[in-house]
Design a protein around this ligand. Sequence first.
Ligand SMILES: *[C@@H]1O[C@H](CO)[C@@H](O)[C@H](O)[C@H]1NC(C)=O
Ligand SMILES: *[C@@H]1O[C@H](CO)[C@@H](O)[C@H](O)[C@H]1NC(C)=O
Ligand SMILES: *[C@@H]1O[C@H](CO)[C@@H](O)[C@H](O)[C@H]1NC(C)=O
Ligand SMILES: *[C@@H]1O[C@H](CO)[C@@H](O)[C@H](O)[C@H]1NC(C)=O
Ligand SMILES: *[C@@H]1O[C@H](CO)[C@@H](O)[C@H](O)[C@H]1NC(C)=O
Ligand SMILES: *[C@@H]1O[C@H](CO)[C@@H](O)[C@H](O)[C@H]1NC(C)=O
Ligand SMILES: *[C@@H]1O[C@H](CO)[C@@H](O)[C@H](O)[C@H]1NC(C)=O
Ligand SMILES: *[C@@H]1O[C@H](CO)[C@@H](O)[C@H](O)[C@H]1NC(C)=O
Length: 309
Amino acid sequence: MAHIFLLILFFSSTISTYIHACNQIERSSLLSFSLALSSPTLNWTSVNCCHWKGITCDQDGWVTHLHLPSKGLKGGMFPLSFGNLTHLTHLNLSKNSLYGSLQTEFFSSLKHLEILDLSYNLLSRELPLYLPSSSIKKLDLSSNQFQGGITSSFFQQTRNLISFNVSNNILSGPFPSSICLKHSSRLTRVLDFSSNKFNGSISRGLGECSELRVFRASHNNLSGFLPEDIYNATKLEELALALNSLYGAISDRIVNLTNLAILDLYYNQLSGVLPLNFGKLSKLKLLNLDFNHLEGALPPIFDELHKPY
Ligand SMILES: *[C@@H]1O[C@H](CO)[C@@H](O)[C@H](O)[C@H]1NC(C)=O
Ligand SMILES: *[C@@H]1O[C@H](CO)[C@@H](O)[C@H](O)[C@H]1NC(C)=O
Ligand SMILES: *[C@@H]1O[C@H](CO)[C@@H](O)[C@H](O)[C@H]1NC(C)=O
Ligand SMILES: *[C@@H]1O[C@H](CO)[C@@H](O)[C@H](O)[C@H]1NC(C)=O
Ligand SMILES: *[C@@H]1O[C@H](CO)[C@@H](O)[C@H](O)[C@H]1NC(C)=O
Ligand SMILES: *[C@@H]1O[C@H](CO)[C@@H](O)[C@H](O)[C@H]1NC(C)=O
Ligand SMILES: *[C@@H]1O[C@H](CO)[C@@H](O)[C@H](O)[C@H]1NC(C)=O
Ligand SMILES: *[C@@H]1O[C@H](CO)[C@@H](O)[C@H](O)[C@H]1NC(C)=O
C-alpha cells in the first residue's frame, strides 16, 4: 500500500514539474540570447526557465512574456536569438543598451507578438520597409537612434496596431501616409512621431483613424496646412503639433473634436482668426497657441489654460 502511495506521489510530482517545465529548445534560445549580451543582472541558471526572472510561460510551458527592462543589457539585437520563442506575445527590453538595427527577420518567427517595447536603447539605421506582423498591437521604438524614412508600405500588414511610438529618433522624410488606410489598422489610438525630422505636410488619411485618441508630431520640420481630415478624428483627446512650420487657419470644424483635452500648436505659423466657437471645446485642459500669427481673442474661459510649458 505504502509503495503504491509513494509511486503515485512520485508520478504526480514528475508530471507536475513536467507541466511547468520550460521547453528545452526555448531554454537554449534564451540562453543564447543572454550569452550574446553582457547581462550582469540575469541569473538564468536553473533547469526550468519558466522560473527565471523576467520570464512568464503559459500552462504548457511555452515562453509568452520576456520582461527585461532596465537590466543593463548590452549588445547587438540579433534577430535569430528570438527565433525559437514562437509563443512570445510580450517582449519588453526597454531601457537597456541594445544596438544594431531592427530587421524584418526579427518578426518572422514571432507570429504572436503583440507588445514590443524597445524604447530607450541605442538601436539605429533604417526601420524595415514594412512590419511583417499582423498581431502587433503596441510598438514602442521611441528614444533610439533610428534614421531614414517610414515608407508608405510600413503599416500595410499591421491590422491590429493600437499604439505606435517612434518619438525621439532621427527619422526624416515625408510624414508616413496610409497609417489607417486599406489593410492597416483602423483601431489605432495612439500615434507619437514627436522629436524627429519629418518634413513636408501631414498627409491625409488620419481621418480614417476613427479610434485615434492621441496624435503627437511636435518638434519636427512639418509644414503645410493642418490636414482637413484631422477634424474627422472625433475621438481625439490630444493633438500636439508644436514646434513645426504649419501654416493656414484653424478651421471651425475643430469644435467637432469634442473630446479634445490637450491642444498644443505652440510655435508654428498658423494665422487667421480663431474660431469663434472655440469655447465649445468643454474638455480642454491644456491649450497652447503661443508663437503663431493668430488673431482674435480666446474666450475668457480659456484664460487659465493658456499657460506655456
Ligand atoms: C533554434 O532551434 C534550432 C533547432 O533546435 C537550433 O538549431 C537553433 O540553434 C536554435 N536557435 C537558437 C537561437 O537557439
Ligand atoms: C541565482 O539563482 C539561484 C537559484 O536559481 C540562487 O540559488 C542564487 O542565489 C542566485 N544568485 C544570485 C546572485 O542571485
Ligand atoms: C516595459 O517595462 C517598463 C518598466 O517596467 C514599463 O514602464 C513599460 O510600460 C513597459 N512597456 C510596455 C509596452 O508595457
Ligand atoms: C512615447 O515615448 C516617449 C519616451 O520615449 C514618452 O515620453 C511618450 O510619452 C510616449 N508617447 C505616448 C503617446 O505615450
Ligand atoms: C525634406 O527634406 C529633404 C532633405 O532632408 C528634402 O530633399 C526635401 O525636399 C524636403 N521636403 C520638403 C517637402 O520640404
Ligand atoms: C526644415 O526644412 C526647411 C526647408 O523645407 C529647411 O530649410 C530647414 O533647414 C529644415 N530644418 C531642419 C531643422 O531640418
Ligand atoms: C470627413 O467626414 C465627412 C463626413 O463626416 C466626409 O464627408 C469627409 O469626406 C471626410 N473628410 C475627410 C478629409 O476624410
Ligand atoms: C463639423 O463642424 C462643422 C462646422 O462646425 C459642421 O458643419 C459639421 O456638421 C460637423 N461635422 C461633423 C461630422 O460633426
